[in-house]
Write a protein that binds this ligand. Structure first.
Ligand code: PEP
Ligand code: MN
Length: 302
């Protein structure tokens, strides 16, 4: 790791790679996030109805998703937009979990809600707008559930790591970082996907890093390309919005894939995943060749 990065991120020491900690693997049911396999979390932006969520859960599962997403508590840009079904939404998520076996990731917005949401969720999502809400981070950390920590809309990588450090300080090692795009001067896309943050974090941090190509772009047609880019950058997985009928979605329809679009994206990322495995085997082989050469040279020098 670069010396100057060690200094730059020195105030979040426990999230940085060290000799003892090269990679955190977050266990979720029988899955491992950060364990080498690319993990896909998929589902609607908001839980709307039982039938909407069930149809989506069954579809994404058979298309290869590992975890079901769906918001029951929604942080919306407009105070007049749909705010989520709350507890009723959590119960629908629990039903989908029972029926499909998929683990659930869902957002918690307030520290008061943590015990209730943690009862239903396998992973607690901390949304972008709450990344620096320390009271929420502490309460969520104490729940013992793994946390999906989304990058704040205007958070630097250092700000983001500070929040992860807070969670680790409160005794919860299972933090998954999620790059979901940042605000820039560009307005053609909803946010700007900072893919370099993924590559950088994979070098400096032992925490798993995933991408959210849906919120990163705000545009359905850009999601598959950004998913491929995320794989190439080394992401441990992604979270993506899928809806049975995006035109009728109660939130984030423009960036949601329909079922056929999700299937296409899942096939599109496969060659990138295969390539990444080949590249990583090559890297390991080169490293062991280098080591063997060094041993030979050391032997010859004696
Ligand atoms: C979401 O996942 O639907 C969401 C609100 O995300 P973010 O916090 O990244 O805006
Ligand atoms: Mn959304």
């Amino acid at each position: 790791m670069r010396e100057d990065w060690l200094k730059r991120f020195a105030d979040s020491p426990d999230v940085l790679k060290s000799a003892q900690r090269q990679q955190t693997v977050v266990p979720v049911l029988d899955l491992e996030i950060g364990g080498g396999e690319f993990v896909t979390m998929a589902g609607p932006c908001s839980v709307e109805t039982e039938s909407q969520l069930m149809a989506t859960a069954h579809h994404v599962r058979q298309a290869g998703a590992h975890i079901l997403r769906g918001g029951a508590f929604k942080p919306r840009s407009s105070p007049y937009a749909f705010q989520g079904l709350g507890l009723e939404g959590l119960k629908i998520l629990a039903h989908a979990r029972r029926e499909t076996g998929l683990a659930i990731v869902t957002e918690v917005m307030s520290e008061d809600d943590v015990p209730m949401v943690a009862e239903y969720a396998d992973i607690l999502q901390i949304g972008s707008r709450n990344m620096e809400n320390v009271a929420l981070l502490e309460a969520a950390a104490h729940s013992g559930r793994p946390l999906l920590l989304k990058r704040g809309l205007v958070a630097t990588i250092a700000d983001w790591l500070h929040s992860a450090q807070v969670v680790l300080d409160h005794g919860n090692p299972n933090v998954i970082l999620c790059e979901r795009g940042i605000r820039t001067f560009e307005t053609a896309t909803r946010n700007t996907f900072d893919v370099s943050a993924i590559a950088l974090l994979k070098q400096i941090s032992h925490l798993p890093v995933i991408a959210d190509p849906s919120h990163a772009t705000g545009v359905r047609d850009l999601v598959p390309a950004m998913a491929c880019v995320a794989v190439a950058a080394g992401a441990d997985g992604m979270i993506v919005e899928v809806h049975p009928d995006p035109a009728k979605a109660w939130s984030d329809g423009d960036q949601s894939l329909d079922f056929a679009g999700f299937d296409e994206m899942m096939s599109a990322i496969n060659p990138y995943i295969a390539l990444r495995e080949i590249a990583s085997r090559g890297m390991k082989r080169r490293a062991s060749l280098r080591e063997a050469n060094e041993m030979l040279l050391a032997g010859a020098a004696k």
